[in-house]
Design a protein around this ligand. Structure first.
Ligand code: GCU
Length: 331
């Protein structure tokens, strides 16, 4: 059977003819979903997305495929969220704080110390308790299709950070939201919001004393060169959200939506499986390059950020309900 492929030039061009027309003598319209990603091809999320793309193409009989634009080629996460909103690109992976700027209730799922472990977070991401929240940004032109783990985030700077006092006067870069700034301030330092790509130079030039991130990004961006002490404050396990333009998703046939959704769920679980291996590899690279990993008693930090839990959950009934649902899943 000859199937002619009509190539969608831009993400989401044209309606989804899908597999339904195949065999009808009609052409299968191929839609390339372009997804912005601010990490490298080595990142576990990149690998998970690449596998997702291959299966999507296969299972939709060529109607949908994925094109990943890694290394922040399309801009920082804030800029790429806007590209998805306008439908210029179909999808992006953005840190939770970016989406928090569209709906404050997202702050709950990115609160410091809200998840007890990766297993707890996996339960939260796969149990459906976040479905309503994830659909809530539809009025903004996009919604959240799923969320990846990015492990735990920890502070790195020019000295070990073992107590909140150690952070006094230290300007530490945080992701761009009010909650992130308040969190770092409560932890004892000075939260300074900026995009990930500017951190290396800012620390090198003394504009910042350090950053906070997971081991994978710390090693991938060679931040050990400018901030060699990585202290296990474990203050965040912030979700990375996979966002998709509403119209593009809604242009899919019911059958293709189901394929997309099922593959997305599978991908989320797979990424959890490979995360720890990536952490070990990243740590080895950082240590080889002179980094020191410091164990920390997290209790004082946990105590310090409690007012932020109260503030964020008191903001709305919805926020409180999400908080309780997440804590209710602790085993
Ligand atoms: C992590 C996270 C990214 C985020 C980055 C950051 O690497 O996975 O989504 O962009 O941190 O600190 O900005």
């Amino acid at each position: 059977m000859a199937v002619t492929m009509a190539l969608g030039v831009m993400a989401g061009c044209g309606a989804d003819k899908g597999a339904a027309e195949e065999g009808n003598g009609g052409a299968v319209k191929e839609t390339v979903l372009k997804i912005a990603f601010n990490q490298s091809e080595n990142h576990p999320q990149y690998k998970a997305l690449a596998a997702f793309g291959e299966k999507l193409k296969e299972e939709t009989a060529g109607a949908y495929s994925l094109e990943i634009a890694p290394n922040a080629l399309l801009g920082d996460q804030r800029a790429t969220a806007e590209l998805v909103q306008s439908g210029t690109i179909a999808m992006a992976v953005v840190g939770n704080p970016i989406v928090e700027n569209f709906n404050k209730e997202f702050a709950v799922i990115g609160l410091p110390y809200i998840y007890d472990s990766l297993d707890h977070q996996k339960e939260v991401f796969t149990s459906g308790v976040l479905d309503e929240l994830f659909a809530s940004t539809e009025a903004n032109g996009f919604f959240v299709a799923g969320s990846f783990t990015a492990g735990s985030r920890n502070v790195y700077t020019d000295k070990p950070i073992e107590t909140p006092e150690d952070l006094a006067g230290y300007k530490v870069r945080v992701m761009e939201s009010d909650t992130m700034v308040k969190m770092l301030d409560l932890m004892g330092g000075v939260g300074t919001p900026m995009g990930q790509g500017e951190v290396y130079t800012a620390v090198q030039q003394g504009v910042l004393e350090g950053g906070e991130n997971n081991e994978v990004t710390y090693a991938d961006l060679k931040h050990y060169e400018i901030a060699p002490y990585f202290s296990y404050t474990q203050h965040l396990m912030v979700p990375d959200l996979i966002i998709i333009n509403d119209d593009i998703y809604n242009g899919m046939t019911a059958e293709n939506k189901e394929i997309f959704d099922n593959l997305m769920n599978e991908t989320i679980i797979n990424e959890f499986e490979v995360w720890n291996e990536s952490v070990e590899a990243a740590k080895a690279i950082a240590v080889e390059n002179g980094a020191t990993f410091v164990d920390v008693n997290i209790k004082p930090f946990q105590e310090n950020v409690k007012p932020l839990h109260d503030e964020v959950t008191a903001a709305s009934e919805g926020a409180k309900a999400i908080y309780e649902a997440i804590r209710g899943l602790v085993k």
